[in-house]
Design a protein. Structure first.
Length: 376
């Protein structure tokens, strides 16, 4: 009799466990960034932020439409290459992920956004800043921070109004991001009466800038604006010092505005001449920045760069929209994402009709004693 009773209990437990598992819904969030190549430090930082959000939400417990949810991160590498970016986007579409956070670069995000639009999956970039991204009119595209119009213009206004510079040279790496931010800086600088004495071009793979810096030096600029990323900006600063350009200011957008720039510049004194801009508040001024950063550093020591707070918030925003819609189906929750009002770590997140962040902050940074420090 006891054996029969135990068998009934075991069968009931199995049925209950099966019912619980059937009720649990798996929701997949894609993340794409360069986790290989020269920009891997950015990509890993971004992926860490997304992974941290998934872990925190799973720990807290998420329900959507009355069903318990298990969130899963589907992470892809685009190596900062546009072709790999679109291939990764298609892979996520084929995997039927419920939403995407990424990509890092404008050059990968812009072509990938077409893929996401075609398969109807919402994506939020935490870091791609070229204005063209949201000018395509895709309802599936959203941005978590200020675009290049704010960054390039803010730096040019600082160069003109605060530093009173008269002559600048411009270098860009010919990527969608580098060209975009450099063009905005150039136009704004010219409108403020700064003379653009030279324009030079490089690539996002180059490491030797002696020829273009020598050409620029002959024009005697007060400052150089570089549109590109820190793997090029670091060596550029070293080579500027070697060429005796120790008094020339060096400007750049969020692509160079990293903790790693100090290491990549190899202790060059020219690091002290850097003024860079980020689309967002400094960590200390973010609503939840200090506590979040302390938590991040415990989980991922010495890996923080720039954008991981935005990937963290982007995951939360996607999930909040799903909860508001009682559905993880992209078609169903997309309107809720468009009208979201979410208090995140980085800011209060709400989007304009074109997917741009409403009222984005911008922060200028300098490097004091080798450490990145906010100016405002």
């Amino acid at each position: 009799m006891q054996v029969k009773f135990n068998a009934i209990v075991a069968a009931a437990a199995t049925l209950f466990a099966g019912a619980t598992m059937a009720q649990e819904m798996v929701v997949k969030i894609g993340h794409v960034g360069p986790v290989s190549g020269a920009q891997a430090h950015y990509g890993k930082d971004n992926e860490n932020g997304a992974r941290m959000a998934i872990d925190d939400l799973n720990k807290k417990g998420v329900t959507i439409g009355g069903k318990k949810v298990k969130l899963e991160l589907v992470a892809e590498d685009d190596a900062a290459d546009p072709k790999q970016g679109t291939a990764a986007a298609q892979k996520l579409c084929d995997a039927k992920v419920n939403g995407v956070v990424g990509h890092l670069n404008s050059g990968t995000t812009i072509p990938a956004s077409t893929v996401y639009n075609q398969c109807g999956i919402p994506h939020i970039t935490p870091s791609a800043t070229n204005p063209k991204l949201t000018q395509q009119g895709y309802k599936t595209t959203f941005r978590m921070l200020a675009n290049d119009n704010a960054l390039g213009a803010g730096l040019a206004l600082y160069a003109a109004d605060t530093l009173k510079l008269k002559k600048v040279a411009i270098i860009d790496d010919r990527t969608a991001y580098g060209q975009g931010v450099a063009e905005v800086f150039k136009k704004t600088a010219a409108s403020k009466g700064i003379q653009v004495v030279d324009e030079q071009f490089t690539t996002d793979k180059a490491t030797d800038f002696m020829a273009i810096l020598t050409a620029i030096k002959s024009k005697a600029p007060d400052g150089i604006f570089y549109g590109g990323m820190d793997p090029q900006a670091g060596p550029m600063l070293r080579q500027m010092e070697q060429l005796g350009m120790a008094n020339v200011k060096f400007f750049g957008g969020d692509g160079i505005c990293t903790a790693k720039l100090a290491e990549l510049s190899g202790g060059a004194k020219t690091l002290g001449n850097v003024v860079c801009a980020e689309g967002g508040a400094s960590l200390d001024k973010m609503p939840g920045g200090k506590a979040w950063k302390a938590d991040y550093d415990k989980r991922y020591p010495n890996q923080f760069q720039v954008y991981s707070p935005y990937t963290y918030d982007a995951v939360h925003v996607l999930v909040a929209a799903m909860q508001a819609a009682n559905s993880a189906d992209p078609k169903v929750y997309l309107p809720k994402l468009a009208s979201i009002n979410y208090q995140g770590v980085t800011a209060k997140v709400a989007f304009e009709a074109d997917g741009e962040l409403k009222n984005p902050a911008m922060t200028l940074y300098v490097y004091k004693d080798g450490k990145k420090s906010p100016l405002n």
